[in-house]
Design a protein around this ligand. Structure first.
Ligand code: FRU
Length: 477
C-alpha cells in the first residue's frame, strides 16, 4: 500500500445545477453507483468518485453516503482510495454482500500499462467493514485474477443462494477478430476463492463489444439479467445514447447454471442519461434500482461549478405478466414535497412556476387526446409530448440530439408522474411501464406549462425541497 497525498481542491462554486432531492457528490466527479446495500438498517451507497476534480473521472475512488429513507443522504468519508498496486489506476465498480454483521465489498482493481498491448488489466478485489464507515482492503487481494479473460473483466455483482456465493462479471472477448461483450458467472463456497462456472450471456455483435455493470436477480419467479452494453447501433428511436442499459428476462437453474432468455433485450429507460445501474433487495423485500443519471462522453455543464454527476431517484422494480420491468419511484420521496401549487382540472396554457427549480408534476387525462407539456427556463424550453395517434411519448430537451421518443399506449387513462430537479427530469409514464430520464440545464426560474391545445383532468404541481446536503452555504439561484 502506498500513501496518497493530494489536496482536494474541487469545491462547489455555484449551485444552479446542484440537485435538491437527487443524490450528488459534495464536490468532484461521480459516475456509477456501487455497493448499494442495507447494513444495520441503513441504506449505504458507494459510488465511483474523483474527489480531486469535477472535470474528469480521474483515478476512481469509492465515495460513500448513507440514508435512512433513500431520500435524505449523509456524506461519509471516502471509503476506498486507489492506493494499492492492484488498484492504483482505479478502484472500479462493484457491489456489497452483507453477512454476519459485516459488509463485504467486491470491486475491480484497474491497472494501466501505457504504451503496451493490452494497455490495462483488471482484477477483482475484496474489502470489508464492520462499522459501515471504515473500509479495510483484504490483505491477500486480488482474490480473482480472471486469467485468460483479460484485459476487460470488471464490475462484480455478488449474491448468496443456498450455501453458495455467486458473482457476475462484465467481460470483452474476441471472436473472428471482433470484440464482443459477455457476462461470466463465478461461484464460491467461502467468499474468497472463486471459480468460473458459466456464461450468462454473450453478444452476437448486435449487443455490442463490451458489457459493463452486470446484475442478475430473481423477480416474480423469473430471472432478470440487467446490464450496460457498449457498442449497440441506433435503430430508429432505440439505442440512441452512446451506451445502453437494458435487460433480458429468462429462467435460470442453479443446478445446471444455465440462463434461458425468454425476452429480447429491452432498454430500461428511454431518456438521454441513464447508465450503470445497480439493484438491491431491501429489508422490505423491494427490488430497488438506481442508475448514474448521466452518460459517458457528454458535455457536463455542471462540471464548471465544481461537481459532476448525480443519481436517479431510487425506483422499485416489478415485473409484469408479459415480462416487462416496471419502475416506480420509492414512495418515501413524498417527504420531499412541500407546497402544492395547483391541483384539479387545467386548460391549455396553464402555467405554474416552481420554487428552486424543483417539483413533482402529476397529470391525468384522456388517452385519446394528445398532451403537451413544457418545462420552461430562462431562454430554454423542454417539451414532453404524448401522441395519441402514434401511441408515443417523447421528450425534447432541445439542442443537438435533443429528442427521445418511445412507444407508449396507455389503456384507460393517460397518467404522468414527472420529477423536475435543478438539472434533471424523470418522467414516469402510467404505472411506470415507460420512463425517460434526462439531464436538463437551464437557468431558473423554471415553470411548468400545459400546451395551448391540451386540457387535463388533473394537473397537480408540488414544490420539492432539498434533501441532499450542500457543501457550504450557497443561496439557491
Ligand atoms: C461504467 C464503468 C465501469 C467501470 C467504471 C469506472 O460506467 O465504465 O465498467 O468499473 O465505470 O469508473
Amino acid at each position: 500500500m502506498f500513501l496518497f497525498v493530494y489536496s482536494i481542491n474541487a469545491e462547489i462554486t455555484n449551485n444552479r445545477y446542484y440537485p435538491l432531492y437527487h443524490f450528488a457528490p459534495q464536490q468532484g466527479w461521480m459516475n456509477d453507483p456501487n455497493g448499494f446495500s442495507v447494513f444495520k438498517n441503513v441504506y449505504h451507497l458507494f459510488y465511483q468518485y474523483n474527489p480531486v476534480s469535477s472535470l474528469e473521472p480521474g483515478t476512481a475512488h469509492w465515495g460513500h453516503a448513507t440514508s435512512k429513507d433513500l431520500v435524505h443522504w449523509k456524506h461519509l468519508p471516502i471509503a476506498m482510495y486507489p492506493n494499492n498496486t492492484y488498484d492504483k489506476n482505479g478502484v472500479f465498480s462493484g457491489s456489497a454482500l452483507i453477512e454476519d454483521d459485516k459488509m463485504y465489498l467486491y470491486y475491480t482493481g484497474h491497472i494501466n500499462h501505457p504504451g503496451e498491448t493490452p494497455d490495462h488489466e483488471e482484477h477483482q478485489a475484496l474489502a470489508t467493514s464492520t462499522d459501515g464507515v471504515n473500509v479495510v482492503k483484504y490483505e491477500n487481494n486480488p482474490i480473482l485474477y480472471g486469467t485468460g479473460r483479460q484485459p476487460d473483466i470488471r464490475d462484480p455483482k455478488v449474491w448468496k443462494h443456498g450455501d453458495t456465493y455467486y458473482m457476475v462479471l462484465g467481460n470483452k472477448f474476441t471472436k473472428n477478430n471482433t470484440s464482443l461483450g459477455r457476462v461470466l458467472l463465478y461461484s464460491s463456497k467461502d467468499k474468497y476463492n472463486w471459480k468460473e462456472v458459466a456464461v450468462i450471456g454473450e453478444s452476437d455483435g448486435f449487443l455490442g463489444y463490451m458489457w459493463e455493470c452486470p446484475d442478475f436477480f430473481q423477480l416474480n419467479g423469473h430471472f432478470v439479467f440487467l446490464w450496460s452494453p457498449q457498442g449497440m447501433e441506433p435503430q430508429g428511436d432505440k439505442y440512441r445514447n452512446l451506451y445502453q442499459t437494458g435487460y433480458i428476462v429468462g429462467d435460470f437453474d442453479y443446478k445446471t447454471l444455465s440462463f434461458k432468455p425468454i425476452t429480447e433485450f429491452r432498454e430500461l429507460d428511454h431518456g438521454h442519461d441513464f447508465y450503470a445501474t445497480q439493484t438491491i433487495l431491501d429489508n422490505n423485500g423491494r427490488r430497488i434500482v438506481v442508475a448514474w443519471f448521466d452518460m459517458w462522453e457528454r458535455n457536463y455543464p455542471e462540471q464548471l461549478d465544481g461537481f459532476t454527476g448525480q443519481l436517479t431517484l431510487p425506483r422499485i422494480l416489478t415485473l409484469t405478466k408479459d415480462l416487462r420491468l416496471i419502475q416506480r419511484p420509492v414512495p418515501e420521496i413524498k417527504v420531499a414535497r412541500t407546497k402544492t401549487l395547483c391541483t384539479g382540472q387545467a386548460k391549455g396554457g396553464t402555467k405554474v412556476t416552481l420554487k428552486d427549480k424543483a417539483g413533482e408534476i402529476n397529470i391525468r387525462a384522456r388517452v385519446t387526446n394528445d398532451m403537451e407539456l413544457f418545462i420552461d427556463g430562462r431562454n430554454t424550453s423542454m417539451r414532453i409530448y404524448y401522441s395519441a395517434f402514434c401511441g408515443e411519448i417523447s421528450l425534447d430537451r432541445g439542442g443537438e440530439d435533443g429528442l427521445r421518443r418511445t412507444e407508449w399506449r396507455p389503456k384507460k387513462e393517460l397518467m404522468l408522474n414527472i420529477y423536475v430537479d435543478a438539472s434533471s427530469i424523470e418522467v414516469f409514464c402510467g404505472t411506470g411501464e415507460v420512463t425517460m430520464s434526462s439531464r436538463y440545464f437551464t437557468d431558473g426560474p423554471v415553470s411548468v406549462r400545459l400546451g395551448d391545445t391540451s386540457s387535463v383532468w388533473q394537473f397537480k404541481v408540488t414544490n420539492m425541497r432539498s434533501t441532499v446536503p450542500l457543501n457550504g452555504s450557497y443561496e439557491r439561484q
